[in-house]
Design a protein around this ligand. Structure first.
Ligand code: ATP
Length: 511
């Protein structure tokens, strides 16, 4: 019915226009016909909405056009919901597949109530600048002219942001190494299965690390405001087989960050080290494993006592590479690397060093702002052991668990050793537990008083209480006895595991 009405009104409008045209031709003298026609067309063309059409080509000369890629990502989910014909693809390094419009298809995107029409087109390029020298793809965007400014200032920005998000979701984590020396090579997609669920760690420490990471990645504005590079340094230390590598993998999986595994001995000099640093991507973890073995970076204080140097100049430090003798990376080069002449590198980065011998490292490397958080990964305790029995045997309680706990207070066993004991018994938990107890009974008894992991267990419990107290005391108290007590934090409202002494002192003060 409505359609019939519309046709009727259009018919009468047309009849009226024809009548006006004839009447005007009779009234207006012939010499003014041309001018009258221009006025007539100007009037009616202004009644129509003016539109703008923008072409976004796949290539600019021989180079990829980033905006094309962003639009492609932005439209991929939209075309899935609103198109009937689509192409489907999956990039080599991508986790997810992508939908694309087929040529000459159009879809409408409504953003903030404004209508945008997108079409996908292909044309013969006529030159060899396209990807295959024959045809080039482009998107065509149409919108009303009055929204030109809005497109420029808001819509395109929104597209870029959404595309970035889609890209990071699709990307998957990558593992890079610098085996070839002065550049990174992607060796694989990073797919280590370790997560914060599977890793056997003291639960308090585990929560503390997760909280710290969450806080770090959410504080872009904080770092900008205080003028600091958006990076954080972790030192993971403890005996071999206690989960340092597994923790790095769990962190990468938690943050969805790429890993850059830096082999310091392959880096020729400080300049190469700096270039490697600059070429890492944002949202990445730069790992140096066994830092004490990588270069001769011994504690300068002890060296100075022996050698009488002032410890400030790089020449005081033996920078020869114990493995190959080729690298001339110096301690100051490494310190600069950690401090970061980061200005060219936007985005967040975590630097993680691991060592079995923290005492061998120069304090300059360990200070707050360089290694902000010192995390001791020590021998198995009952909580971490229960994570392993849950993972490997699918049990957390067992009649032998009390004996295991008893044994743990008098012997030392690494998480790797426990994992090994349980490894083959996933179908027979009883046997697994018996095998573990038998292995533990073979271990020599230790003096549990004063060893490092006992201290850590205590300190983790104390830490929770202390943290609460600190928060209560925070007002006007931020740096009291805190920075000066040797905290490894760059932020005044947190505590680190490496600060056992300071925490004990704080507890005593509070009591
Ligand atoms: N805390 C842990 N949680 C879960 N698994 C662990 C843990 N620690 C060790 N393992 C097991 O032991 C193996 C070796 O551990 P990992 O390489 O993480 O130890 P590490 O401390 O990095 O050792 P190293 O100092 O010799 O490099 C892991 O593959 C894992 O199976």
């Amino acid at each position: 019915m409505d359609v019939l009405m519309d046709w009727k009104s259009m018919g009468s409008l047309y009849a009226s226009l024809m009548f006006m045209r004839t009447a005007l031709r009779d009234i207006i003298p012939p010499e003014l016909h041309k001018a009258a026609r221009s006025v007539f067309f100007y009037f009616f063309s202004n009644l129509q909405t003016k539109t703008v059409t923008v072409h976004i080509k796949e290539f600019v000369g021989r180079y990829d056009n980033d905006i094309f890629k962003s639009v492609q990502r932005y439209l991929s989910s939209k075309c899935f919901t609103s198109s009937q014909y689509l192409t489907l693809s999956k990039m080599k390094n991508s986790k997810n597949h992508t939908y694309t419009m087929i040529p000459n298809q159009s879809i409408v995107d409504i953003f903030e109530g404004i209508k945008f029409t997108w079409s996908f087109r292909t044309e013969d390029s006529g030159d060899s600048s396209g990807s295959n020298g024959k045809s080039t793809n482009y998107f065509e965007l149409c919108f009303e002219e009055k929204y030109k400014e809005f497109v420029n200032s808001s819509y395109l920005i929104r597209i870029a942001e959404e595309a970035k998000l889609i890209k990071s979701k699709n990307k998957g984590k990558k593992l890079y190494t610098n085996q070839s020396g002065d550049r990174w090579t992607m060796i694989s997609q990073f797919s280590h299965p370790s997560t914060f669920d599977t890793i056997a760690l003291d639960p308090v420490l585990k929560q503390d690390i997760q909280d710290d990471l969450k806080k770090f990645v959410s504080r872009k504005e904080f770092y900008t405001r205080v003028g600091k590079a958006w990076k954080r340094g972790y030192l993971l230390y403890g005996p071999p087989g206690t989960g340092k590598t597994s923790l790095i993998a769990a962190i990468a999986n938690y943050l969805e960050f790429d890993i850059y595994d830096l082999e310091l001995t392959s880096v020729r000099n400080n300049q190469d080290l700096r270039e490697l640093l600059i070429s890492t991507s944002s949202k990445s973890i730069i790992v140096v494993e066994d830092i004490d073995c990588s270069l001769d970076l011994e504690n300068r204080e002890s060296k100075n006592k022996k050698g009488g140097g002032d410890g400030e100049s790089d020449t005081d430090i033996n920078t020869s590479n114990p493995k190959t003798g080729v690298s001339s990376v110096s301690l100051s080069g490494l310190l600069n690397f950690v401090d970061g002449l980061w200005s060219p590198c936007a985005g967040e980065r975590l630097i993680i060093f691991t060592t079995n011998h923290k005492e061998k490292l120069d304090p300059a490397l360990l200070r707050a702002g360089r290694m902000d958080k010192h995390i001791l990964l020590s021998y198995c305790n009952i909580e971490s052991l229960k994570v392993l029995t849950r993972n490997y045997l699918r049990i957390q309680e067992h009649e032998l668990m009390d004996e295991v706990e008893e044994l743990l207070s008098s012997i030392q066993i690494t998480t790797a050793d426990v994992a090994e004991c349980l490894m083959s018994f996933d179908e027979n938990p009883d046997m697994g537990m018996r095998n573990l107890v038998a292995e533990m009974r073979k271990r020599p008894l230790q003096n549990s008083q004063g060893n490092e992991e006992t201290k850590m267990r205590k300190s983790n419990k104390e830490k929770q209480n202390t943290k609460k107290m600190m928060m209560m005391m925070e007002d006007g108290h931020e740096s009291d006895g805190y920075e000066s007590a040797g905290s490894n934090n760059d932020e005044p409202d947190e505590l680190d595991c490496g600060d056992e002494m300071m925490m004990v002192t704080m507890n005593m003060m509070m009591i």
